[in-house]
Design a protein around this ligand. Structure first.
Ligand code: PLP
Length: 340
């Protein structure tokens, strides 16, 4: 019996994972496995050349007893784009969604009960496999979908975080992989995140890699700000197109706010009423402080932007509305949820 109050982001063995192997130009049958260990060649291009991409989405057990999966088609489309970028075979949108539904159904008893506010995190992963030394895209790949119950971050919305701008590191190059969900982007953001945590920050904010003049995004979430009844989020070719952000833009419009997706110069930070991170993991995390420093770990702070110690009213409204849709408590007028 799982003690749901203790579930965080740690590993819990679930019933199954599902996977399929692309070989000789076609996908094989979908297998459901109770063992989440896989065997691949030590010469696989995913291990040597980073031919790997993944996705993250969630399923919720709702008050009406139904299970809802939030916008899996959007994750499928994004994985197809990531695979095209890497030059490896992608699952079709239909395969992706069917495998997500299958693994959620097979692990329904690992979806936390509604009242816990927790959810089932779904991790579709695509890796280039097969022995090769050549620096060419893999001709073989494995597409697998794994799940893990994850805790609620119910108090996350009440606790604005302190973040720091990265002046030493970029997470992606100007014409690089930033807009794709490939493993390498996360490798590049790992050390800056560790350094930031060591000196008391809970997030790292990246600027555009060309000029360091415009706001890009955080290491694993998009940036948004609120000013004059307007939801503002960066237009940039080096950020991941967040599905949460896209959904929040729609929710903001529906709630009567203006929405602007445009370049955001760093100087504009001082004019914002509210700032937040958005992404699948927590939907919205309010940002209370952003420090600009020559180095993440150094003592010198060249500027500090403050947005208060409480979540702003607009961020909270958007958060409540979006989680209401995800949990089947607010009308899902765009059919975002796949109901099992
Ligand atoms: C770099 C990055 N940006 C943004 C996001 C948020 O995207 P989504 O809302 O699709 O989870 C994520 C997390 O998935 C991310 O890793």
């Amino acid at each position: 019996m799982i003690d749901w109050s203790k579930v965080g982001f740690g590993y819990i063995k679930t019933n199954t994972m599902v996977c399929t192997h692309f070989k000789d130009g076609k996908w094989g049958p979908v297998e459901s496995r109770t063992d989440d260990n896989i065997t691949i060649s030590g010469l696989s291009a995913s291990l040597h050349y980073g031919l790997h991409c993944f996705e993250g989405l969630k399923a919720f057990k709702c008050k009406d007893g139904k299970i809802r999966i939030f916008r899996p088609e959007e994750n499928a489309k994004r994985m197809i784009r990531s695979a095209e970028y890497l030059g490896i075979a992608a699952p079709t949108e239909e395969m992706f969604v069917e495998m997500v539904k299958q693994v959620v159904a097979e692990n329904a008893d690992f979806i936390p009960p509604h009242e816990t506010g927790a959810s089932l995190y779904i991790r579709p992963t695509l890796i280039g496999v097969g022995p090769q030394l050549n620096l060419i895209p893999s001709v073989e790949s494995i597409f697998m979908v794994l799940v893990l119950p994850v805790g609620a971050y119910a108090d996350g919305i009440d606790n604005p975080i302190k973040t720091v701008i990265s002046r030493q590191y970029d997470r992606a190059a100007q014409r690089g992989s930033g807009a794709f969900k490939v493993g390498g982007n996360y490798a590049a953001a790992m050390v800056p995140d560790v350094k930031a945590k060591k000196v008391g920050y809970q997030g790292v904010l990246y600027l555009d890699p060309k000029e360091q003049k415009y706001i890009d995004e955080f290491s694993s979430s998009n940036f948004f700000a609120i000013k004059d009844n307007t939801y503002i989020t960066p237009e940039s070719t080096t950020i991941l197109p967040s599905i949460t952000n896209k959904s929040l833009e729609q929710v903001a419009k529906d709630l009567g706010y203006k929405v602007e997706r445009r370049r955001i110069p760093l100087e504009e930070l001082s004019t914002f009423e509210e700032v937040g991170e958005c992404g699948t993991a927590v939907v919205i995390t309010p940002v209370g402080q952003i420090d600009d420093k020559p180095t993440i770990e150094g003592a010198e702070v060249t500027a500090s932007y403050n947005f208060g110690t409480n979540c702003g009213p607009v961020s909270r409204k958007l958060y409540n509305h979006l989680i209401g849709i995800q949990r089947g408590e607010i009308e899902d007028k765009y059919n975002w949820c796949t109901v099992l």
